[in-house]
Design a protein around this ligand. Sequence first.
Ligand code: HEC
Length: 209
Amino acid sequence: MSESTDPNTTHSPSSPVQQEDILTDHEYDGIKEYDNPTPGWWNWLFIGTFVFSIFYFIFFHMGVGPSIESQYDAAQAAHIEVLFGDLGTLEPDQETILAYMNHADEKWLKRGASVFQQQCAKCHGSDGAGVAAPNMTDDKFIHVKKLEDIARVVAKGANKQLMPAWEKQLHPNDIVLVSAYVAKLRGDNLPTRGWAGAVGEPIDPWPTE
Ligand code: HEC
């Protein structure tokens, strides 16, 4: 038990005798501290992270490289491209909305339903019977007389944006598809939930063809 007894010569029983290890004059409750510099590799690692952060900052925060927003927008655009690839841009008119209500591939109404659940259900309720917005399952409407009025209200909003405008957030095709989905909710005739504002007047049935 000879090597470990002298704190001025060594750290541990297994390390070789190190004459250069010097004790500082700090002492706390009998615990003493060696005056060892941080190792060179540690300092270089620290300097490395600092230098990296400068390039990182210039690239990602000063507009040289892509921002997280622009990467998101690009990914979103690519997704829309794949999704709507063979659909082209749909017109928000009666004929197109009717086609997507009644004759198109089922998956497009499902797309409308998913837009509705994500963007509209918080006000209109997940079944369209209203929460903080009018019931859309009955025959009464405020701003809508014809099918294309739904798409116009969705795009432009209504009542001083109490009903928000979606033309900047939603792809034109999504506006048509969610309008078709909303039009199909009519006839469910659920009791109005929550909404105490205007409900409008009964309107003519949607055209069938
Ligand atoms: C922030 C709440 C809110 C959200 C989100 C919202 N709406 Fe509305 N919406 C309203 C309100 C409130 C009205 C009634 C406006 C009024 O009083 O004139 C309304 C009205 C409408 C109307 C006209 C109803 C009528 O009786 O004429 C349609 C159609 C409609 N919304 C569709 C949608 C669709 C589709 C979405 C999702 C893309 C959506 N809304 C999202 C609050 C909302």
